[in-house]
Design a protein around this ligand. Structure first.
Ligand SMILES: O=C(O)CCC(=O)C(=O)O
Ligand SMILES: [Fe+2]
Length: 212
C-alpha cells in the first residue's frame, strides 16, 4: 500500500539523491551545464495503471521503448509485468518486484552523456488477466534547451552522437524514429514471454487498496 504523503517525500528524496549522483541541483544549476542553461532539471512523475486484461497474450501494457531522459526511478507494486531485454528483444527478463525498492532505469540522455558507457534499458510491460497493476515512474530529464552530447570522448573513441542537439530535438527525433520500429508491426505474442500462470495465483487488488 502506498501512502500519498510518503510517496511525495520519497520523490523529493529521489530528486535530491539523483542530483547528488549527477552532481547537479534541481532548479539551481549554473550556466553551461549539460542539463540546460540556465539550468532546469525537469522531474516528471507518471502514474501508470494497467487494467487486467482477459487475453494478455494479445496485447502489451506498454510497448517496447527506452526512456528519453537521464535516469528513471520506478516504483512498481507486487503484481509484476515489467520486462527488460539485452539482446534487442530476442529474450525478455522479468524485473521481479521487490517490496519497497525502486527500479533504476537509464535513459537515452544518460546513454548519450556517457558516450554509451551507461547502457539504456529497453523495456516493455505485459498485462495479466487476474490483477490490475500500478507503477509510478519518475523521469529525471534535462531542460528542453539543454545540449545533449557526450561529456567526454576518449582518444580513439567515436562519439555516439554525430552532433550536439537540444534535448527537445533529441526527443522529437526519437519519437519520429520509434513510430517506424519494425517490432511494432509484429504480433505482440512474438515478443513477450511471461509466466501468466504465476499471475493467476495473485489475488486481484482494487485501486483504493493501493493508494490511501
Ligand atoms: O510500468 C512500468 O513498469 C514501466 C513504466 C514505464 O516504462 C514508463 O512509464 O516509461
Ligand atoms: Fe519506460
Amino acid at each position: 500500500m502506498y501512502k500519498k504523503k510518503k510517496i511525495q517525500s520519497v520523490l523529493v528524496d529521489c530528486q535530491h539523491g539523483i542530483g547528488g549522483i549527477l552532481r547537479v541541483k534541481p532548479l539551481t544549476w549554473g550556466h553551461g551545464s549539460n542539463f540546460g542553461s540556465p539550468g532546469i532539471w525537469v522531474v516528471t512523475v507518471l502514474v501508470n495503471f494497467y487494467p487486467k486484461c482477459p487475453q494478455p497474450d494479445l496485447t502489451l501494457g506498454l510497448k517496447r521503448h527506452t526512456d528519453p531522459g537521464t535516469i528513471t526511478l520506478l516504483l512498481q507494486d507486487q503484481v509484476g509485468g515489467l520486462q527488460a531485454t539485452r539482446d534487442g528483444g530476442k529474450t525478455w527478463i522479468t524485473v521481479q518486484p521487490v517490496e519497497g525498492a525502486f527500479v533504476a532505469n537509464l535513459g537515452d540522455h544518460g546513454h548519450f552523456m556517457s558516450n554509451g558507457r551507461f547502457k539504456r534499458a529497453e523495456h516493455q510491460v505485459v498485462v495479466n488477466s487476474n490483477c490490475d497493476r500500478f507503477s509510478i515512474a519518475t523521469f529525471q530529464n534535462p531542460a528542453p534547451e539543454a545540449i545533449v552530447y557526450p561529456l567526454k570522448i576518449e582518444e580513439g573513441e567515436k562519439a555516439v552522437l554525430e552532433e550536439a542537439i537540444t534535448f527537445q530535438e533529441m526527443y522529437v527525433r526519437k519519437m519520429n524514429r520509434d513510430v517506424n520500429r519494425p517490432w511494432l508491426k509484429k504480433p505482440v505474442k512474438d515478443h513477450q514471454s511471461y509466466d501468466f500462470d504465476h499471475q493467476s495465483k495473485l489475488a486481484p487488488k482494487l485501486a483504493e487498496n493501493i493508494f490511501v
